[in-house]
Design a protein around this ligand. Structure first.
Ligand code: DOR
Length: 308
């Protein structure tokens, strides 16, 4: 459907919808096997670190009345296994699917290592730098809360990456615009936002946190106004594309992100309610766009940018 086609640095997408990092693993999770991944705009991989990580104590994920809490802690098999096993299998099944690799680490050298190896695989069309995981002590959010550090990391990764680099921002900051400007100045090709909101949910019956690690990332519909506000602010401050996420569940939520200045949209927590949420949203989007007077998603995008 031409109405939904989107062009972003490194990415030619049939539709603007992609699962948020972590949601579909490496295309090998149960959710990822429920439909053809060719229906996605792109697949975003789980954040990958230089060596394997088991992650935080169980439970790592808890559904709570107002959303989802997670303290996964960057569980992944390490970059060698991702390149030599996960990506080989994924490409065997989906040779033409746009894929975004997610890069993590505990130091700038770690991010550089992962970005280099994912680039060298020639199996990813873009990278997302995860500088905003709230669940690890070393690295993680530390790189996404200080504009100088965020810029230094972005610059270092840009030296080795052979594909466009999107930097994934944290909402757990006082001035997200300062971080966005800093990573743009350091050479980021795009921004993705927002990661989860750092929170704590205590079960009154057990008197214990619902997550093994205690506090963790909060996501779901309740964080959407935070995400929309931040996308709006950042899109007015930078001129690189924004892949927006945070509580998106419906076609109107997708359109709302575009009205705030988004160039593409990711969906995470809503997969717990509907594993086929992305194909469902893609099916509903053209009629809703027409109803609102737009010829295409690109028409909507251009009208929003023109009004800025
Ligand atoms: O909420 C999150 N959980 N954000 C991340 O960036 C990583 C993930 C995890 O692995 O803990």
């Amino acid at each position: 459907d031409k109405m939904l086609a989107v062009e972003l640095p490194g990415l030619t997408l049939k539709n603007p919808l992609m699962p948020a990092s972590g949601t579909f693993g490496f295309g090998d999770t149960k959710t990822a096997q429920k439909f053809s991944l060719n229906e996605l705009g792109a697949l975003v991989l789980k954040t990958t670190t230089p060596t394997a990580r088991v992650g935080n104590p169980q439970p790592q994920i808890a559904l709570v009345p107002a959303g989802v809490m997670n303290s996964v802690g960057l569980t992944n098999p390490g970059v060698a296994a991702v390149v030599n096993d996960k990506l080989v299998k994924l490409r065997h099944q989906y040779p033409d699917l746009p894929v975004i690799g997610s890069v993590g680490g505990a130091s700038i050298a770690d991010y550089v290592t992962v970005a280099k190896q994912l680039s060298a695989s020639h199996q990813v069309q873009a990278l997302e730098l995860n500088i905003s995981c709230p669940n690890v002590h070393e690295g993680g959010m530390a790189f996404g809360t200080d504009p100088v550090v965020a810029a230094e990391l972005t610059h270092a990764v840009k030296q080795v990456a052979t594909v466009p680099v999107y930097v994934k921002l944290s909402p757990n900051v006082t001035d997200i615009v300062a971080i966005a400007r800093a990573v743009q100045a350091a050479g980021a090709d795009g921004i993705s936002m927002i990661n989860t909101v750092f929170g704590l949910h205590i079960d009154v019956n057990t008197k214990q946190p619902v997550l093994g690690a205690g506090a963790g990332g909060y996501s779901g519909a309740a964080i959407k106004p935070i995400a929309v506000r931040m996308v709006d602010q950042v899109s007015r401050a930078v001129d690189i594309p924004i892949i927006a996420m945070g509580g998106v569940e419906t076609v109107d939520d997708v359109i709302e992100m575009y009205l705030a200045g988004a160039d593409a949209v990711q969906v995470g927590s809503a997969h717990f309610k509907d594993a086929l949420i992305i194909p469902h949203l893609a099916a509903q989007l053209p009629a809703r766009l027409r109803e609102l007077g737009y010829d295409s998603i690109e028409d909507l995008r251009q009208q929003v940018k023109a009004g800025r």
